[in-house]
Ligand binder design. Structure first.
Ligand SMILES: O=C(O)CCC(=O)C(=O)O
Length: 372
């Protein structure tokens, strides 16, 4: 059992002094790992893979880094060359940010009474803010949404060409659940993952079924901005380091998530690198922790925990997403993650009843104003 949980972990004491948070002179963000975020108050603890303390933290839904992990040992040889040779001829989902497309998109949206419309500004090229395409189709007030990120399916060879292109003009991020189109060598590596550890611990943690293993291949400096998932996540870097800022579910009101019907549902409206305290005053109360993880480590990201992911290097990673799991007996007061699930359900139910996304705000005022 570790007495000094940070020893030998990438983010712990003894880590080489990293480069400053930099703009590398070409006008585009180039990542960095020393930027001091005043809302980060500590580091995620790090333990040996099978340390019971760590496993207990996971049971309690607290983030932890597991080091010396052998969950995906057979994938530790995956680099771009190996994947290029063995991944097969299937098509892969790639998110693309393009400077030229951004220039065309710089049309200001019409003014709207909706608060989200004020956040419609071009995002810097390295930000990959996820949006839900189905929610975009159903969105009634299009002035509240603008994304210059597109999702394109392409072969691995096409992706590699763009990955090695001019990053000041275009950035790419491959994010593809592993499926049966992969070549036999990758399939064999996948079969050799430590599935018995995964199955045994899934039971122990009371998680639901594994839903997917997302393969992520990102460029240095790419950022997946602050969001939460409705899944438990064992996040396994295979190449390069990532710095991940995490906020527990109690921070929900401080991070101003978009409405449930919005394409950016589950994303924070706050720009962590330049928070607008005028619009988002409660962000001043947000408090988070951070982890820097690399190959051979696993970061456990609990369901409903906010996470903001900075690629410190070119990276390859794979995650294990699991459903939340069976319902434990309800205890009061409810925990933040249970309240989040409840709030999301209420929002969805009211929208379904109203059939008009623009009416929801007024209805909520009817419920609250002068009454609570
Ligand atoms: O690595 C990234 O950029 C994003 C990963 C992430 O958000 C996840 O696995 O839930």
């Amino acid at each position: 059992m570790s007495e000094t949980p940070f020893r030998d972990c990438l983010g712990g004491p003894g880590t080489p002094v990293p480069q400053p948070f930099l703009n590398n002179g070409t006008g585009h963000y180039d990542g960095g790992d020393t930027h001091n975020y005043n809302f980060i108050t500590g580091n995620v603890p790090c333990y040996d893979f099978n340390d019971p303390v760590a496993l207990n933290l996971i049971k309690e839904q607290v983030p932890v880094i597991l080091k010396g992990a052998d969950l995906v040992s057979s994938a530790m040889k995956w680099d771009l060359d190996y994947l290029s040779t063995h991944i097969g001829g299937g098509r892969f989902a790639v998110f693309i940010r393009n400077a030229e497309a951004d220039r065309h998109a710089l049309v200001q949206p019409q003014s709207s009474s909706n608060p989200q419309s004020q956040s419609v500004q071009p995002e810097p090229l390295h930000i990959f803010k996820y949006f839900d395409e189905k929610k975009l189709v159903a969105l009634q007030d299009r002035s509240t949404f603008q994304s210059t990120m597109v999702r394109v399916e392409m072969t691995f060879q096409e992706f590699l060409k763009r990955f090695h292109g001019d990053r000041s003009q275009e950035r790419v991020y491959l994010q593809q659940p592993l499926n049966n189109t992969v070549g036999p060598q990758i399939a064999s590596d996948f079969i050799q993952f430590n599935w018995s550890w995964a199955a045994e611990h899934k039971r122990e943690f009371n998680w639901g079924p594994l839903t997917s293993n997302l393969l992520l291949i990102g460029q240095k400096g790419n950022i997946t901005p602050c969001h939460f998932d409705e899944q438990q996540n064992l996040f396994c870097p295979l190449r390069g380091r990532k710095r991940i800022l995490l906020f527990n579910p109690e921070n929900f009101p401080y991070l101003y998530p978009y409405p449930v019907h919005h394409p950016n549902d589950r994303q924070s409206q706050v720009n962590l690198d330049n928070p607008d305290y005028g619009r988002f005053p409660k962000f001043a109360m947000a408090r988070g922790v951070q982890a820097t993880v690399g190959p051979g480590e696993i970061l456990y990201i609990p369901i409903h925990w906010w996470h903001h992911v900075i690629n410190l290097d070119d990276t390859i990673a794979i995650n294990f997403w699991h459903k939340g799991g069976g319902s434990a007996p309800v205890e009061y007061p409810l925990q933040a993650r249970q309240k989040i699930a409840m709030v999301r359900n209420i929002e969805k139910m009211l929208l379904e009843a109203l059939q008009d996304q623009n009416e929801l705000k007024e209805l909520l005022h009817w419920i609250v104003d002068g009454r609570y």
